[in-house]
Ligand binder design. Structure first.
Ligand code: DC
Length: 222
């Protein structure tokens, strides 16, 4: 099974690149962050303190999670409700980052995404895909960019989607806080896998990044 693991910090364009490469190369795209977002969004919405490990573990037991695919890509359903339209905001990104430090949350997400990787050849993006979720993936890519460039891209994405956002400085600050939390947590911190290829996209266009990743996929597929 050809599995491609894409990791890197928030706003580097991982999901956009992975989605486009999935279409070009006939792979199944899996957005692992969407599951953390869905959990953070639902628990926070229920008034659970998402920084309290015991409260999160208790709330998690009541959540039944499922991913499904529609024409516009991956959706996440929680207890029968599709939460996908509500989870791609800066606020929910921060909730996902907070909730993802807890072991039971990571176990729940990993069970779902590993199952998907057993059923399909996948291109999966997240923070720990190459290091923890799919350590044997034949292709691992660590996609990054400067925090200023990532903030600029995230702001454009939010503006395009008509979603609420602050100034460029607000978005950059949020991104840097999230980087710090994701890189310094105890379980499965964000880091480049030893055998991952580093792709710094700060000065590359989206087309250039997609082309580079497609070439890497062709190389391992030979
Ligand atoms: O990729 P994203 O922005 O949707 O991810 C949101 C948060 O979820 C991210 O800040 C940390 C967490 N996450 C994680 O811990 N592990 C993953 N594999 C994916 C996301």
């Amino acid at each position: 099974m050809l599995n491609v693991a894409i990791d890197g910090p928030g706003g580097a364009g991982k999901s956009t690149v992975a989605k486009l490469c999935a279409v070009k190369k006939g792979l199944h795209y899996v957005d692992s962050g969407a599951l953390y977002r869905a959990i953070g969004y639902c628990l926070d919405g229920q008034g659970v303190n998402i920084e309290d490990a015991a409260a999160v573990a208790a709330g998690l037991d009541e959540l039944s999670l499922r991913i499904f695919y529609a024409e516009d890509g991956q959706h996440v359903e929680v207890n029968g409700t599709d939460v996908s339209p509500f989870i791609r905001t800066v606020e929910v990104g921060a909730m996902a980052s907070k909730v993802s430090v807890h072991g039971p949350v990571r176990d729940k997400v990993n069970a779902i995404i590993r199952q998907t990787a057993e059923n399909y050849p996948v291109i999966m993006d997240g923070r720990d895909i190459g290091t923890v979720v799919l350590p044997d993936a034949p292709l691992k890519i660590y996609i990054t960019a400067s925090s200023e460039e990532r903030a600029r891209r995230r702001l454009l994405e939010l503006e395009k989607a008509g979603k609420p956002h602050g100034t460029l400085e607000d978005v950059q600050r949020e991104i840097e806080e999230r980087d710090y939390r994701d890189m310094h947590r105890e379980i499965a911190p964000l880091k480049q896998a030893e055998d991952a290829i580093l792709l710094d996209t700060t000065h590359l266009s989206l087309d250039e990044v997609v082309e580079k990743v497609c070439i890497m996929i062709d190389e391992v597929n030979k």
